[in-house]
Ligand binder design. Structure first.
Ligand SMILES: Cc1cc2nc3c(=O)[nH]c(=O)nc-3n(C[C@H](O)[C@H](O)[C@H](O)COP(=O)(O)OP(=O)(O)OC[C@H]3O[C@@H](n4cnc5c(N)ncnc54)[C@H](O)[C@@H]3O)c2cc1C
Length: 382
């Protein structure tokens, strides 16, 4: 058992940490305030190879692994979660389904752009009426000659409406199984396809510098060849993508939780009350010690889930545990960091205010905390 990072992983972590501090930190508050997408940061992340971290070199990737992606997400989220979720959604939800399930032609057409960060892809699973119960999908796709005709809508889709969004993978009902259940399949819908409408961005509580839209498909026609993988495998595909994605979200949550520790230690040393730095008071020290303990143990949980996944072992339960625990810890730490900052913690100019607003979605996106508990309980045979 060895939790130390390899030289490559450590070097990656250091370079993303520097990038987050030197490039992201100085400008992200303005994007956050104005709800603008940070194209220039994303372009630079592309040049660093972050969008290609877990993909092989033959597709233009860095030849790394999923754990490398997690480390990068943790370091980015330590400074800002909008940038981190943009990378997480682009890689683990956007490019990964094409890499895992796509045909040779689909990979050749889409992966080079996605892996370089030149283009982004969205993952269209959630609908206005169905999120946790994703099997309830209502969007339909009917084969008409050599085209799929798609009708329906998707809600809260990350990276679906930027100037560089190339496509969205859409989960749709494509028929009925012999047992009467819905047959779900995944279809690639390129941006700009007639009948595919992207609504204006949502007004969100957090992640305000990330891109999220409702999508509508109205007799939207795409070639039959845009089916991703086998027909009827949509359910299995999104379960696999979400299992992996939970490790990535756990890493992002650990980053936010650690960022709360960083900011709290700094502030506690500077801020004076009753004649001395507030960090001299044990009540504040104990809060920060608990925050550090939680960030550290949540990190071990995602390291473990990632190690199992990379070893080809079952990791569903460990990914759910990591996501559930890390997101809880992120919310706890954001609340305490804000408390330590007093009134300034409620001011948007302080990073902890952003952390607080960004933390709650971690208990909701890519499976709510209740859904993670359901997964863990089911895996225990209940
Ligand atoms: C900013 C943002 C970005 C997102 N990005 C994407 C994306 O890129 N792609 C995508 O497909 N989706 C995306 N989502 C959607 C997200 O994954 C869903 O919001 C999430 O899965 C929850 O679904 P829901 O909102 O429909 O809530 P619901 O499923 O309606 O749940 C409502 C509440 O009921 C609880 N609940 C539901 N069923 C049970 C049960 N059986 N037992 C106990 N409690 C239960 C839930 O835990 C929750 O507390 C995003 C959401 C947001 C807010």
């Amino acid at each position: 058992m060895d939790f130390r990072l390899t030289e490559e992983h450590e070097a990656l972590r250091q370079s993303v940490r520097e990038f987050a501090r030197e490039v992201v930190a100085p400008v992200i508050a303005e994007h956050y305030e104005k709800h603008t997408f940070p194209y220039e940061i994303i372009r630079q992340m592309g040049k660093m190879g972050l969008f290609g971290l877990p993909f092989p070199e033959e597709h233009g990737g860095m030849g790394g692994d999923y754990f490398a992606l997690c480390l990068a997400l943790e370091e980015l989220a330590r400074v800002d979660s909008s940038v981190a979720i943009t990378l997480e959604a682009a890689v683990s939800l956007g490019a990964m389904p094409i890499y895992r399930f796509g045909t040779a032609e689909q990979k050749a057409r889409w992966l080079p752009k996605l892996v370089s960060g030149e283009a982004l892809a969205g993952f269209g699973l959630t609908e206005p009426g169905f999120g946790s119960d994703a099997g309830g999908t209502q969007t339909r796709a009917v084969l008409d000659g050599d085209e799929w005709v798609i009708n329906g809508s998707k809600a809260f889709i990350t990276n679906s409406g930027t100037d560089i969004t190339a496509l969205v993978t859409v989960t749709a009902v494509t028929g009925t199984r012999p047992d009467g259940a819905k047959e779900l399949s995944t279809i690639i819908v390129p941006s700009g396809t007639p009948g595919f409408t992207v609504a204006p961005g949502y007004s969100k509580v957090g992640w305000t510098a990330s891109d999220t839209h409702e999508l509508t498909f109205d007799d939207c026609r795409v070639p039959a060849a845009n089916l991703l993988g086998e027909r009827g495998r949509g359910f299995a595909q999104f379960l696999r993508i979400l299992d992996e994605g939970r490790i990535a979200i756990a890493a992002l949550a650990v980053g936010l939780a650690q960022g709360c520790v960083d900011e709290s230690v700094r502030y506690a040393k500077e801020r004076h009350a009753f004649g001395q730095p507030i960090g001299n008071y044990q009540a504040i020290q104990f809060k920060i010690a608990d925050m550090e303990m939680k960030a550290h143990t949540a990190r071990l949980a995602y390291y473990d889930a990632a190690a199992r996944m990379l070893a080809g072992e079952p990791f569903k339960r460990q990914a759910a545990i990591a996501k559930l625990y890390a997101s809880t810890v992120a919310v706890d730490n954001a609340r305490e960091a804000t408390q330590i900052h007093g009134g300034y913690g409620f001011m948007n100019e302080y990073p902890v205010a952003r952390f607080w607003r960004d933390s709650k979605i971690l208990e909701i996106g890519e499976g709510t905390s209740e859904v993670q508990r359901m997964i863990i309980a089911r895996d225990l045979g209940m």
